[in-house]
Design a protein around this ligand. Sequence first.
Ligand code: C5P
Length: 403
Amino acid sequence: MKITRWILGITGGIAAYKTPELVRLLVKQGSEVKVVMTHGAKSFVTPMTLQAVSRNPVYSDLLDEDFEAAMGHIELARWAQGILIAPLSANRLAALAHGMADDLLTTLCLATQAPIWAAPAMNQQMWHHPATQSNIRILQERGIQLLGPEYGEQACQEIGLGRMCEPEAIVANLFNAEKTILEGKHVLISAGPTQEVIDPVRYLSNRSSGKMGFALAKAAQRMGAKVTLIAGPVSLPTPAHVKRLDVTSAQQMYDVVMKEAQHCDIFISAAAVCDFRLLETNNHKIKKSDQHQNLTLNLVANPDILATVAKLPKRPFCVGFAAETENFEHYARQKLLEKELDLVALNDVSNNEIGFDANDNALTVFSHHQKHEITKNSKENVAIKLLEIIGEYYHAKNKTKST
Ligand code: C5P
């Protein structure tokens, strides 16, 4: 269903000056827009301007006699088919996360059944604060869809993540300009680390958090794909409408991926699969007292899951990750060729800000003839950009095959 009745919630942040343009773009899409402003928002943009561009009264007070008589917050909540909050300040973000109903906007968000999108905007320190990050996770788990924030120069003259997405990007996202890219495609994604048993209390593993793979699963589902996510041991919530299969070891991941790969169109191998496992696992805990100064573990190589899938006679479009600390391009291109992949996404894991367990990422995507930079951004936004590239190459390859 194309949403045509929108409530635009505006909270108090400098990015509010961009909202008349946002209203104009929504109206251009054939939408009717009703604007709800917090009191803080009025310091940055006038209700009069928004009334003029939306051609509707602007709402602000929860306890407004005229407004209550004409249409209370419940009616507004019922009227809306979609709610967009842009910009969403740290303060209102916290209020939403904790179910507050202390102004018109938060109250109608509690009272509505309409889906909610939010474009946060704040100083980069405030965005990275654990309180904000925890509030963000609460909202995401509750199904609120986040647009941005973007990385760049801020009004406070700092540089970082926290800028509101541009109105064009917000509207393109709302109307799923990219939605059709993966429509009807089955995308298989592996994510997280694997664990290789040493003895009943110990294992070998790595620092992968699974965040990138999970962000890809969520974004692919939003772009219209049927998504199967094979997850190593991670503590992340399953993205909505995604089929998740949990595994522990590389061998288990291999078995499940090989089964699922039979009927998928695209395989994105974001998992950090352990290269080795123990030749023989110990049924009893290895005792320190049984060892002399050194303990030697006899390791054997695990199967290369991605390379095996890429060599299947009826293989899906294959995308690998290269997590490197040096000779970046050389190793990435080597993987592309040796594993016979369609694309490789290179990740500089020596940089703590974008490496393992970070919330942000930056990638260089290599095809056999080109490379594409995805600049530093949240893993969610990087996932969208990577999937757009994958979608383009996937369709180009299939077009060539069918002509
Ligand atoms: O060879 P390397 O481990 O650097 O390659 C990384 C890519 O290969 C990643 O996409 C990873 O998911 C995949 N891989 C795999 N099975 C392995 C090792 C890596 O699928 N045993």
